[in-house]
Design a protein around this ligand. Structure first.
Ligand code: C2E
Ligand code: CA
Ligand code: CA
Length: 758
């Protein structure tokens, strides 16, 4: 302060003082300005720093990852809220502390303890990344899995390089991963133990993974099937069965598909499988692999095939049934130019109806199976063999030389049936009538039914011409067969109306030429066609009920004839078919008629053709025994034509035999016929049977037969079969020579003809 005063008192000194003051003021101003500027700059920096800090914190709090910065000296320089939260530590407390003093324990992914420096990658120079487990606050099980990435940043803050650690809570991810691997394990377990086949198949359709059921289905093992192309297991014919659908699946056009196809097992057997295929895609949608489920559908298939087969086949013989045969035939006729390439054989067994009743149904079935075999062999793959009814068969033939094929087959059928079948103790020969029809303009237009009916007509012709033969269709046959069908339909009413009547042919004792009885022969007094003989209508009776009804009507007529006829001592023999005898009430009905008309049972005689000979223990045999026990005599018709062994003849309840007229016809010129007649007569007498010869047309025959020991005879020599009225109206002279007019007292029919052996 003194210096300033001196400067004022002394000019030089004062100038110098002024300058000094000015300099001082200048410096003062300068420093003031500078400090102000520095303050402003500092304020600005601080403001910017605060702004940056806010932004930094905003960034840190908004990232999913937490941030931890650790200095070279191990001090925690920075810890974001997120990081503090993930690590379950207090941020305020932690910042500025050395890492080692944090008091945190962490573990690696195998739960082994880790040093914090190691955990946070402090000592590594590169970018590191690891998963660590951080125990939470909720006990031992509460472990938070954290992904830690550490990077050492060289040009850090004042304290040298720092380690910047990003911390990410992966608990959720890990749980998800665990869940995935858990469900993966569960899936595998489920797959392994699934009862149905499962496979994971890659996009090249190669098996990646299969389960046991799958392997078993293919007859292989799980390990053997791994990496095997799925198609290599496929049945060659089904190789591409899934191809189109797989492509659609791949392209996204569909989600999954089902297909049924065949596979070939390791042992060569074929297995049917129902496939259910789905495509598994990546999250992005790209196809990854297929999941295939397989169900063994072999049984289902077989079952439905069996059902389908059953619907189209005859269960007894395995042949096609009518439905299938008609379908096949129609298909062939629908092809171009079926004429002369397509034909049909209609086959009907002769005399089969009785076989069932005579030998039982099991025998009948066996016979049909046998016939089916014969037909199959005869067709030899040239046609479809079918059974369309009881004993009716049809073979549909397609052959370039059809007419030759049809003839060949027909020939082979007759040839094949020639070998008799063994039925119990019998050799039974089967015969068939065969009708042939070829496709022609008419039948092609009319379709399968027209061709079948043509073959039927030919078959009927074969039957009417004597059976066991083949006839070829001609248009004229159609009318005949239509007549047949018409007649068959009329028969029912005719029986009811009583249009079927008995005519009686006398039977005489050859020595005395007295009438001892009559054979009752049926005739149809047809309203428009006149008198029809049995051959024209009896074969039409297919229905057993009809045969039984006819039999009953005739038994009634015969009984009435006996009661009211020309003689009270003569007997009447009625012809009875196996069909009629198969009716379990036949014997009852005959005996009831005998009772109602007060007849001696010996007067009503039953004639049974030798061909309908019956096995023991069948119903027919039972009926016969019942009749015989009641005193009704039983005659064996057409004796000599059958094939029964003698013992069998002896065992049957038979009272007499009727020599077949084929032997009589040759007498006496034909030495064979004569010899057989003599031998058969001797045999019958030896067996204690009454003997009646049929078909005697001349005196020589009558004489010869009488000489050979045939006691009784019938034939045109003595009289044709006549209606009741004609017998009564016959002239006395005529009747006196043929019919014994007066029954002698005490002479019974049995005395007149010793029909009963005992
Ligand atoms: P069958 O029992 O052998 O009858 C004898 C057949 O020979 C009869 O033919 C008869 O008219 C015929 N006949 C009689 N005498 C002579 C003769 O001197 N010479 C020739 N060539 N033939 C003679 P029909 O009446 O046409 O009967 C044929 C077959 O029809 C019978 O053969 C019999 O098997 C069956 N039949 C006839 N009536 C009945 C019946 O009421 N019921 C049953 N189930 N079948 C019957
Ligand atoms: Ca007869
Ligand atoms: Ca006869």
């Amino acid at each position: 302060m003194g210096g300033v005063v001196e400067a004022i008192t002394e000019p030089a000194v004062a100038w110098t003082g002024t300058i000094t003051v000015l300099v001082l003021a200048f410096f003062a101003l300068f420093f003031f300005w500078r400090s102000r500027r520095a303050r402003i700059a500092r304020d600005q920096v601080m403001a910017r720093e605060r702004k940056l800090q806010r932004q930094f914190e905003a960034v840190m709090s908004s990232t999913r990852d937490g941030i931890l910065i650790v200095t070279q000296t191990d001090e925690i320089a920075l810890l974001s809220d997120v990081a503090a939260n993930v690590l379950s530590i207090d941020r305020e407390e932690a910042v500025g502390k050395p890492l080692s003093r944090l008091g945190m324990r962490v573990v690696d992914d195998r739960m082994r303890p880790l040093l914090l420096r190691e955990a946070f990658g402090i000592d590594s120079n590169d970018l590191t990344s690891r998963i660590i487990g951080v125990p939470g606050r909720r006990g031992a099980d509460d472990i938070r899995w954290v992904q830690v990435r550490a990077r050492v940043v060289e040009d850090g803050l004042d304290d040298g390089p720092v380690t910047i650690v990003t911390i990410m809570d992966t608990s959720g991810l890990r749980e998800a991963a665990e869940a995935i691997s858990r469900s993966d394990a569960q899936f595998r377990k489920a797959m392994e133990n699934a009862p149905s086949g499962m496979a994971l198949v890659d996009l090249e359709w190669r098996l990646m993974e299969v389960n046991r059921a799958f392997a078993e289905m293919m007859g292989s093992t799980v390990s053997a099937l791994r990496s095997v192309p799925f198609s290599s297991l496929s049945h060659p014919q089904d190789l591409h069965a899934e191809q189109d659908q797989l492509e659609r699946l791949y392209s996204g056009a569909q989600n999954r598909f089902n297909v049924e196809k065949r596979y070939v097992k390791a042992d060569g057997n074929v297995v049917w499988a129902q496939l259910d295929v789905g495509l598994v895609r990546h999250a992005g949608g790209a196809p990854d692999h297929y999941v295939v489920q397989l169900r063994d559908s072999t049984d289902d298939r077989m079952h439905s095939e069996i059902l389908a087969h059953r619907a189209m086949h005859d269960p007894l013989t395995g042949l096609a049934n009518r439905t299938l045969m008609q379908e096949v035939l129609q298909e062939l006729l629908d092809q171009p130019d079926p004429e002369s390439r397509v034909g049909v054989l209609a086959i009907d067994l002769d005399g089969f109806k009785g076989l069932n009743d005579r030998f039982g149904h099991a025998t009948g079935d066996n016979a049909l199976v046998h016939v089916a075999g014969v037909l199959r062999a005869a067709a030899g793959g040239r046609g479809t063999v079918s059974r369309i009814g009881g004993d009716e068969f049809v073979i549909v033939v397609q052959d370039p030389d059809c007419s030759k094929a049809l003839y060949d087959i027909a020939g082979a059928i007759h040839e094949g049936l020639r070998r008799p079948i063994q039925v119990k103790r019998h050799q039974v020969a089967l015969h068939a009538s065969v009708g042939i029809a070829m496709a022609d303009g008419e039948t092609v237009d009319g379709g399968a039914p027209a061709l079948l009916s043509a073959a039927d007509s030919a078959m009927y012709r074969a039957k009417s011409l004597g059976k066991s033969r083949t006839e070829v269709y001609e248009p004229s046959m159609r009318a005949a067969s239509e007549r047949h069908t018409g007649l068959a339909a009329e028969l029912v009413d005719a029986i009811e109306r009583g249009d079927l009547v008995l005519h009686y042919q006398p039977i005489l004792e050859l020595r005395t030429r007295t009438v001892v009885g009559y054979e009752a022969l049926v005739r149809w007094q047809h309203p428009t066609r006149g008198l029809l003989l049995p051959a024209s209508f009896l074969p039409l009776i297919d229905d057993r009920n009809l045969a039984v009804a006819l039999g009953m009507s005739l038994v009634e007529q015969a009984a009435s004839f006996l009661a009211n006829g020309p003689s009270q001592t003569t007997w009447v023999s009625i012809n009875v078919s196996a069909d009629q005898l198969g009716d379990s009430e036949f014997a009852d009905k005959v005996l009831s008629a005998i009772g109602r008309y007060h007849l001696s049972p010996q007067r009503l005689v039953v004639e049974l053709t030798e061909a309908s000979l019956v096995a023991p223990n069948t119903r027919i045999r039972h009926e016969l025994t019942e009749l015989r026990n009641a005193g009704v005599p039983i005659l064996l018709d057409d004796f000599g034509t059958g094939v029964s062994p003698l013992s069998y003849l002896r065992d049957l309840p038979v009272s007499g035999v009727k020599l077949d007229m084929s032997f009589v016809a040759g007498i006496p010129e034909d030495p064979a016929g004569a010899r057989v007649s003599r031998a058969l007569g001797a045999l019958a007498r030896e067996l204690g049977l009454a003997t009646i010869a049929e078909g005697i047309e001349n005196e020589d025959q009558a004489q010869f037969l009488a000489d050979c020991g045939w006691r009784y005879g019938q034939g045109w020599l003595f009289g044709v079969a006549q209606p009741v009225g004609a017998l009564r109206e016959s002239t006395p002279e005529y009747t006196s020579s043929l019919i014994d007019p007066r029954p002698t007292e005490g002479e019974s029919a049995q005395d007149a003809m010793r029909l009963n052996r005992d």
